[in-house]
Design a protein around this ligand. Structure first.
Ligand SMILES: [Zn+2]
Length: 344
């Protein structure tokens, strides 16, 4: 099987020849160029080159393409600070009140920075390796993450806690969903095999399961359904421990769930079996600070739990740190080959 066929089988819950492996490695890939990270993250050509160089070194099956968690926010008009040694960060919130969302327009990804640069990177990756390697071109951020950036995290938390403007909160989440959806269509048009939303702010580490269900879940589900109707595969990425929202996470209907390391693997496997493909969930701290032998152990144990019945892509639980050692990344990729073979 090619990597594309292997990943496709896993997502369609059919047994591949072996467990495919992804790397959430935009930071180490950019770091390896020796250039300031902020320079790579603003230039689609440099970003594509960095991701290709990493793929040639590690030979993973799926490339996760993104430039951090501020792309959509910047396209919507927010100030973003690009740093030399870290992912970009958003500046002060754009919305002074929830009513202000009515004045926002959904950006055109083909003409709006930095989305247009990520589209350029997607095109390059697609031309160079798209027939062999699965490209997940990420439409970061998801409805809740973008809403939290536009409104301000603590302001949105307060809006949700007060619960007095439920319709306006949904209007903001709906706007954020439309931004990510339009971007997702463009990424697929440029050659992405699938797309993904990051929903760190929807994590039970930050909001209650009840609030997750009432707010972000509705919009994640709507986005997954719309894209599915167009034959587009969406990954839903929720950081932290999603144990308290296991059933709802699966019920978003996203064909791929990106699961973080804090989430206990057997419970989500049980809920997702025959329904969604799980991607993850090796601890990024272990990948940064552990030894290859420790990473091999962690992967072997995860393969034991998640490999049965397919629907599993081995990878980090979240974005890998810039200085993750190459030997640890090799250990992760190698573990899929060592332990992930399907015999029937
Ligand atoms: Zn994450």
């Amino acid at each position: 099987m090619t990597s594309v066929e292997r990943v496709q089988a896993a997502i369609e819950l059919r047994p591949p020849d072996r467990v495919p492996v992804d790397l959430h490695n935009f930071q180490p890939a950019a770091y390896a160029t020796g250039l300031p990270l902020g320079e790579v993250f603003q230039d689609g050509g440099l970003l594509a080159e960095a991701m290709l160089k990493a793929w040639r070194e590690f030979g993973h099956d799926m490339i996760l393409l993104e430039n951090g968690t501020a792309c959509n926010a910047q396209a919507c008009g927010m100030e973003v600070i690009y740093r030399d040694q870290a992912a970009p960060a958003t500046g002060k919130p754009l919305l002074r009140s929830l009513e202000d969302v009515a004045a926002l327009e959904v950006p055109d990804p083909f003409t709006t920075f930095p989305m247009c640069e990520i589209l350029k990177a997607t095109r390059i990756l697609s031309q160079e390796v798209g027939d062999r390697v699965w490209i997940c071109a990420r439409a970061d951020q998801g409805p809740m993450d973008l809403a939290a950036q536009l409104r301000g995290m603590s302001e949105l938390m307060m809006d949700i806690a007060l619960g007095e403007q439920e319709e306006l909160i949904h209007a903001l989440l709906d706007y954020a969903r439309r931004v990510a959806t339009r971007y997702a269509y463009a990424l697929i048009e440029c050659g992405g095999h699938s797309t993904s939303i990051g929903e760190a702010e929807a994590s039970p580490d930050l909001i209650s399961p009840q609030h997750y269900r009432r707010y972000p879940w509705v919009h994640e589900k709507k986005m997954a359904a719309e894209l599915k109707g167009q034959g587009i595969i969406l990954h839903n990425h929720i950081c932290g421990n999603t144990g308290a929202i296991t059933e709802d996470f699966v019920a978003t209907g996203a064909p791929v769930l990106e699961v973080d390391h804090k989430t206990e693997p057997s419970k989500i496997k049980e809920a997702a079996r025959h329904k969604s493909c799980l991607l993850g969930n090796i601890d990024t701290r272990l990948l940064s600070l552990g030894t290859p032998a420790e990473i091999d152990d962690a992967c072997r144990e995860l393969v034991r739990v998640w490999k049965p019945d397919s629907g599993f892509i081995l990878g980090p639980g979240c974005a890998m740190g810039a200085e993750t050692p190459a030997e640890n990344i090799h250990a992760l990729v190698e573990a899929a080959r060592k332990y992930g073979v399907y015999t029937s």
